[in-house]
Design a protein around this ligand. Structure first.
Ligand SMILES: O=C(O)CCC(=O)C(=O)O
Length: 278
């Protein structure tokens, strides 16, 4: 069986232990600058999708105004990015990201969901408030499931970076409810969110950095107090034996094999010698 040699491991044993303890891992420089440019341009095209496009309902438009020129529907999120551009399929197999996730929750991971988050200028700090992503995937056969946020712009806690509550994944599934604010994503958030606010931390992210966290980690979107849009992508991966026990996930590409036996997955066609591609 082919496995990564110790010196090729992207995640050290101490990083893995810290991930299990804190519920998150920061992977610096996951995407190269040219990849950041490529994906930012691709996301820009997604955000300019006309309203009459067949998949336009995958883009979560808001009534925040003024809408910036680079995001004319003032969308805060978009889902199933692969429907819009093959580049988003390719990204699911990005070796640095996929092998880091394989090391953290694997062995052997599958894709679960793709999305993007765009923070317009003046994006409020409670627009996408404290929540667990597992609220959208529970029940599953186990909790080896992560969200990977890929930052396409410079961000910190006041300019769009994600906030997390370290260790909160150990609390298990928490009750969620709909937000009561007027300007909101209308997406569910944890009950008693005021309890988590003082425990939250954020980070300075550079374009290409990634934040990988377990889906039970309580987290939220930071505000964007700058005058420019800040964009990121969110890819969810599960271990190969993490099955949906309720309604099967209906996102495009869910369950697609991403890594197997320490390598990026390639279809195993008996008539084709794939060894040259590995
Ligand atoms: O803004 C972020 O990085 C987090 C977004 C998020 O948690 C979500 O949309 O579910």
């Amino acid at each position: 069986m082919a496995v990564l040699a110790a010196e090729q491991q992207l995640i050290s044993l101490s990083e893995k232990a810290a991930f299990e303890e804190n519920g998150y891992h920061v992977l610096r420089g996951a995407l190269a600058p040219s990849e950041v440019r490529q994906y930012r341009e691709a996301l820009g095209r997604v955000l300019r999708t006309p309203e009459d496009h067949p998949y336009s309902n995958r883009i979560a438009a808001t009534d925040m105004r003024p809408a910036p020129a680079d995001n004319p529907r003032a969308a805060w999120a978009a889902f199933d990015l692969q429907l819009f551009d093959d580049a988003f399929w390719d990204l699911a197999y990005h070796p640095t990201v996929a092998m880091a996730v394989d090391s953290l929750i694997g062995p052997d991971i599958n894709l679960y969901q793709t999305s993007s988050i765009s923070k317009l200028p003046n994006f409020p700090s409670n627009f996408r408030d404290w929540h667990q992503d597992s609220e959208y995937s529970d029940p599953q056969s186990n909790d080896r499931h992560v969200t990977v946020i890929l930052f396409l712009d410079e961000m910190d806690g006041e300019t769009g970076a994600t906030w997390v509550v370290p260790g909160s994944h150990k609390l298990g599934p928490l009750p969620h409810l709909l937000p009561c604010e007027t300007v909101t994503s209308r997406a569910k958030e944890v009950e008693h969110k005021e309890f988590y606010e003082p425990q939250g931390i954020s980070f300075q992210f550079h374009p290409g950095d990634a934040l990988i966290f377990l889906v039970r980690l309580v987290h939220k979107s930071g505000p964007n107090q700058s005058d420019s849009s800040r964009w990121s992508l969110a890819y969810n991966y599960v271990r190969h034996d993490t099955h949906d026990l309720g309604r099967p996930n209906r996102y495009t590409g869910a369950y697609l094999p991403i890594t197997r036996r320490g390598r990026i997955y390639l279809p195993q066609l008996p008539s084709v010698d794939n060894s040259a591609f590995r």
